[in-house]
Design a protein around this ligand. Structure first.
Ligand code: HEM
Length: 471
């Protein structure tokens, strides 16, 4: 008999369906009706939902007591890639693999990638015609991946045999579906999603393997992310199949998030009555494009960083994280959690706590640029997670997002295209996930505009669909 603080039960007539279709609504409801922690039961399984910063931080910090469970997503990645990647491990094995990747993503190293980011963003702008209508989500995904191919693999993204937007979209759809399913769909079943994910895997693996093999044969040092991963391969941390799986996973499951956050940001900024966009357009004029990234550039990007931070507060790309209690655990506040229960950190709810963020449903980047911003408590802002599994690409993403956006804002102005309807609330309730977002581009005609070679243009998603790359 437990003597800890009682934990309220959360009941809902269609809980499973709601959790799958509108998880963020459930999290907010739990926070309103039950307080910091609530329990839900599915048969014999128990799930604890946390909406309190202290509890959330505690669970994410103490990995030995709350390891990451072998979830549907890890299972799906392993089934698809035929190898386990860093995200699917806990304990010493995770530590060893993560340490091998860390040097590629330190703050200093990431800043050295800035000129490549600016160069490609500029080239993409140069490839847009004035008044052209385009799908911003698709364009930004291509841009993000082209930068990554250069930074990670020192190679141009060649689209002769790969429509990168189509294949990464297929991969992302497959993972998003598995992330929200409670039952396992065997990978050998020829479902449309399995088939398009397999085609995507084949296309990406082929391209990445080609670069890996060339590098192994030539032995040439390029001082890129691949070099670091291959150094770990030589020390026996990864075998060759794991090298390819790790790179494909980094490219496909994490990078497009940055692109869709940028697209969402533009969507929010171009809403009628939004004043921040005008300010950002003015501030982008101070941003120079032609030299290595300096501390001064970093200061000029403050407002862009704030906007990027705010979009991830309001619509966190990862709306929840899952952990599993290894043994019986007691959380701060004397809440007893039985062994093997699942514990869900409801990031979306934490980001909507009125105690931490005034008027939490309003998109307001200014809250992160105030002279002395009142920082949320530890665990109050978890866009990139916390603890030993904290996002490995956080510095990368925090530079790439604002920097690309500032470059675009300096060179072009976006207006929502006349035929772009309202963007529906997303499956995960978070940022725009590859939903078409059509904008019209106007070149601003400021210095430094139409430079850089035209950006690599590929066939559209529609024609890729016709060719059956993407269901
Ligand atoms: C805005 C974009 C991104 C968001 C919101 C994001 C968010 C997250 C979150 C919340 C986690 C923690 C998962 C957990 O605790 O279970 C995570 C882990 C991770 N992220 Fe990101 N991420 C982003 C971009 C990236 C990028 C660009 C990369 C790589 C270049 C990356 C690589 C990783 C890796 C490897 C992990 C697993 C770390 C580990 O288990 O040790 N992420 N990410």
């Amino acid at each position: 008999m437990s003597h800890g603080t009682p934990i309220p039960r959360f009941r809902h007539p269609h809980l499973l369906r709601e959790l799958r279709c509108h998880p963020t609504r459930v999290f907010l409801r739990v926070m309103e009706t039950c307080g910091p922690i609530a329990q839900v039961s599915f048969g014999l399984k128990r799930l604890y939902i946390l909406t309190d910063p202290e509890l959330a931080y505690h669970v994410l910090r103490y990995e030995p007591c709350f390891p990451r469970p072998w979830s549907q997503v890890e299972r799906a990645i392993t089934a698809l890639m035929g190898a386990r990647v860093v995200t699917s491990f806990n304990g010493p094995l995770h530590h060893r693999r993560r340490q091998a990747l860390v040097p590629a993503f330190t703050q200093t190293r990431v800043r050295s990638y800035a000129p490549t980011m600016v160069k490609y963003a500029r080239a993409m702008c140069a490839s847009w015609k004035d008044q052209q209508v385009l799908d911003l989500c698709e364009e930004l995904t291509r841009l993000t991946l082209s930068i990554a191919f250069q930074v990670f693999l020192s190679t141009e993204l060649l689209d002769e045999d790969l429509d990168v937007v189509a294949v990464t979209s297929a991969y992302a759809d497959y993972l998003a579906d598995r992330a929200t399913r409670l039952w396992w769909v065997p990978f050998w079943l020829p479902t449309p999603l399995n088939l398009s994910a397999r085609r995507a895997r084949r296309a990406l693996t082929r391209q990445v393997s080609r670069v890996v093999e060339q590098r192994l044969t030539s032995g040439a040092a390029r001082d890129d992310v691949l070099d670091l991963v291959l150094a770990a391969h030589r020390k026996g941390v990864f075998d060759q199949q794991q090298v390819v799986a790790e790179l494909v996973n980094l490219l496909t499951s994490f990078l497009p998030s940055t692109a869709s956050i940028q697209a969402t940001l533009v969507e929010l900024l171009t809403e009628p009555g939004q004043v921040t966009y005008q300010r950002l357009l003015r501030e982008a004029e101070q941003f120079t494009l032609d030299h290595p990234y300096t501390e001064q550039d970093h200061q000029h990007l403050a407002s862009f960083r704030a906007a990027y931070q705010e979009v991830q507060r309001e619509r966190p790309f990862v709306p929840a994280l899952l952990r599993k209690a290894r043994g019986p655990q007691t959380l701060p506040g004397d809440y007893d959690i039985p062994a093997r229960s699942l514990v869900l950190v409801a990031i979306h709810a934490l980001h909507h706590r009125a105690e931490a963020f005034s008027d939490p449903d309003t998109f307001c980047p200014e809250r992160f640029v105030a002279a002395a911003p009142a920082s949320p408590p530890q665990g109050g802002y978890l866009a990139f997670g916390a603890g030993v599994h904290t996002c490995l690409g956080n510095h990368y993403s925090e530079l790439l997002g604002p920097l690309v956006l500032a470059t675009l804002c300096r060179l072009v102005r976006f207006e929502v295209a006349p035929d772009q309807g309202p963007v529906p609330p997303e499956v995960l309730g978070s940022v725009l996930q590859r939903h078409p977002f059509k904008v019209q581009v106007q070149h601003r005609g400021l210095p430094g505009a139409a430079e850089g070679k035209p950006f690599v243009q590929t066939e559209s998603l529609v024609s890729a669909r016709k060719r059956g790359i993407y269901a």
